[in-house]
Write a protein that binds this ligand. Structure first.
Ligand code: GLV
Ligand code: GLV
Length: 326
């Protein structure tokens, strides 16, 4: 019997090719997030689950199939999965780090420039025929060179954003993380600072932390009030790390200069008032959406499955302690 793989949404074909000969594959192919009912049906049927970041893999779903061999998340973040419970049940959970680092760092860099130079606002204005002749005071933005970028969370993506901003534009880099990285500090003349210092001193703040109970609303009313009036906040990590309602208030009151967001607290819904603001740039969780990254993610997510099904350890397992239990 060939092992059964259930995939909860359409992903690039490249990865599926690895499975074709050796597995039975079912893909939920509607253009919407899979319903709980369909998810349960799929999980019951399969040996290996390949799921998306929009799928809540909680205790109930895990319990549907006591023989589930692996949960392969098509994402680097895995806050959609009850890792503790999967671990208790001995199920490896895998993710797709590395292959999307450049895509997300590039998108973050694009958002930084877009918000600083008011690209969305400018685009709307000219399309609407609302621009007069050239005006010296029209749509003045903020230069990035020699300004200070504060990176919260110095994983591969955070470092990638710092690299681009420092090397190509010449920003100064501050960072905050749970640990220091002296090589990074030397390479980018970066300074490690406390979160409060970073909030107070940065002109651009970019978030690259996982969503955990300890990082939920890390940036709220208090944090926002510490930021410069001229500062911009960029988030391509997970929506709930920012208190979005507090952010809308801060933006409305011009307490900060602007924000660029790829992720939202109640995705894909926006907090009331957010869509009406001019000083924001919004993208629909597309930071990793390049052909290259999404293709590589599909290859990695299926490779993780094939490794586990053949009794090996998957390269990117977020709960490697499960392998010891076997
Ligand atoms: C995207 O948000 C991811 O975690 O891969
Ligand atoms: C986080 O996922 C990172 O690699 O920065």
């Amino acid at each position: 019997m060939k092992p059964k793989i259930f995939i909860t949404g359409k992903i690039p074909e490249k990865g599926l090719k690895f499975l074709q000969d050796s597995c039975q594959v079912k893909v939920y192919s509607k253009n919407q997030v899979i319903s709980q009912k369909e998810l349960i049906k799929g999980v019951k049927w399969c040996d290996a689950l390949l799921c998306l970041l929009t799928d809540k893999i909680n205790k109930k779903i895990v319990d549907v199939n006591p023989n589930l061999k692996i949960i392969s998340n098509y994402a680097v973040g895995y806050n959609n999965i009850d890792i503790k419970y999967a671990t208790k049940k001995g199920i490896p959970v895998t993710n797709t780090p590395g292959v999307l680092t450049d895509a997300v760092a590039e998108h973050t860099f694009a958002l930084l420039l877009a918000v600083a130079r008011r690209i969305s606002e400018s685009d709307k204005l000219i399309r609407a025929g609302k621009c007069n002749d050239w005006e010296p005071m029209l749509l003045l933005g903020s230069q990035m060179k020699s300004k200070t970028l504060g990176v919260i969370g110095l994983g591969k993506i955070g470092a990638g954003v710092a690299e681009r901003a420092h090397k190509s534009i010449g920003v100064n880099v501050l960072y905050h993380d749970i640990k220091r990285n002296s090589k990074f500090e030397r390479e980018y003349k970066a300074k490690f600072v406390s979160l409060n210092d970073l909030l107070k001193k940065s002109d651009f703040i970019t978030l690259h932390i996982p969503l955990l109970p300890s990082t939920k609303h890390l940036i709220g009313k208090k944090g926002l009030s510490m930021m410069k009036k001229t500062a911009y906040l960029i988030n391509t990590s997970r929506g709930p790390v920012i208190d979005e309602e507090a952010l809308v208030q801060a933006l409305k009151r011009k307490q900060i200069a602007g924000a660029a967001l790829d992720v939202f607290e109640n995705e894909p819904k926006l907090s009331p008032g957010l869509a009406k603001l001019d000083n924001v740039v919004l993208t629909p969780h597309t930071a990793s959406a390049t052909v290259e990254a999404r293709t590589a993610m599909s290859e990695l997510a299926t490779k993780n499955i094939l490794a586990v099904l053949s009794g090996k350890k998957a390269e990117f397992t977020v709960n490697p302690e499960v392998y010891r239990k076997r």
